[in-house]
Design a protein around this ligand. Structure first.
Ligand code: ADP
Ligand code: MG
Length: 255
């Protein structure tokens, strides 16, 4: 089967009056349907730029990005984007926030509204449908933001450090929560994080980038010795620390 996402020799530089800043160099990888990929790398190495390229917000200088075999700018497959800030609007109820994408895309069909209700129900937010975002905990807000994305039924989910604004404990449980939802909904995901444990605990493969300009240093398939893997349980797998040490060394090596 063709991969859902293919990147071939992607290069990208920012051009400013001060000069040219190469951000990414020769990035190639594929993402299979249903796969969970984590991307780690030092701050400023081009991780957010890479997600912006994948969703077609910016165009690569050279190389090609294909979604289900079509160039991303005219692909029919949809991407959903989740960021560090949840961008929920306080003047809308939780429910109206979740419908925002559907409203913008003129897709408030009975079928889609039913899906919104089902997602709220399944993921424990039905009772907060008419609440304002400020009445939700940080974790519930991220769950609401994810539901807002899922209701559009994207083929590919892009997550840019979605947990980094949360305190450590909340972050562990929200990461578990979101990881479980993404697997349950059978979504393909690319998660950018600077947290190595988060990457190993969620991903099927971890892509390690070098410092700027970001190049792929290594792609590490993660196979933890456990059944019924969830992000939280993954952390206690016997070989978790081996992956941690391996990727840690990779991140801190020169070149
Ligand atoms: P990351 O998400 O890994 O921290 P980014 O993708 O945001 O990194 O940025 C990669 C590099 O590109 C940064 O080091 C920065 O110098 C440069 N950069 C990012 N955005 C811009 C911009 N709008 N204009 C010029 N340079 C930028
Ligand atoms: Mg970033």
């Amino acid at each position: 089967m063709d991969p859902l996402l293919t990147l071939q020799n992607i290069c990208y530089s920012y051009h400013t009056p001060g000069g040219e800043t190469p951000a990414l160099e020769n990035i190639s990888f594929t993402v299979g349907e249903g796969e969970f990929i984590a991307i780690v790398g030092p701050s400023g190495c081009g991780k957010s730029t890479l997600l912006n390229l994948i969703c077609g917000l910016v165009k690569p200088e050279s190389g090609e990005i294909l979604l289900r075999g079509e160039p991303v700018e005219n692909a029919r497959a949809q991407t959903g984007y989740m960021l560090q800030k949840d961008h929920l609007f306080e003047w809308r109820t939780v429910y109206r926030n979740i419908l925002l994408g559907l409203e913008i895309q003129h897709k408030c069909t009975p079928e889609n509204l039913a899906r919104a209700d089902a997602l709220l129900e399944t993921y424990g937010l039905a009772a907060f449908k008419n609440s304002r975002p400020s009445e939700l905990s940080g974790g519930m807000r991220q769950r609401a933001a994810l539901i807002r994305t899922l209701v559009l039924d994207p083929d590919l989910l892009l997550l840019d450090e979605p947990f980094s604004a949360l305190d450590y404990q909340t972050r562990l449980s929200v990461c578990d929560d979101i990881g479980i939802i993404i697997k349950k909904e059978k979504k393909t995901a690319v998660l950018v994080t600077h947290d190595l444990s988060e990457a190993i605990s969620t991903a099927d493969r971890v892509i390690v980038l070098s410092k700027r300009p970001g190049r792929i240093k290594r792609i590490v398939p993660i196979q933890l010795d456990m059944e019924d893997r969830t992000p939280f349980r993954s952390r206690s797998a016997p070989n978790f620390k081996d992956y941690f040490n391996q990727i840690w060394k990779e991140l801190n090596s020169y070149g």
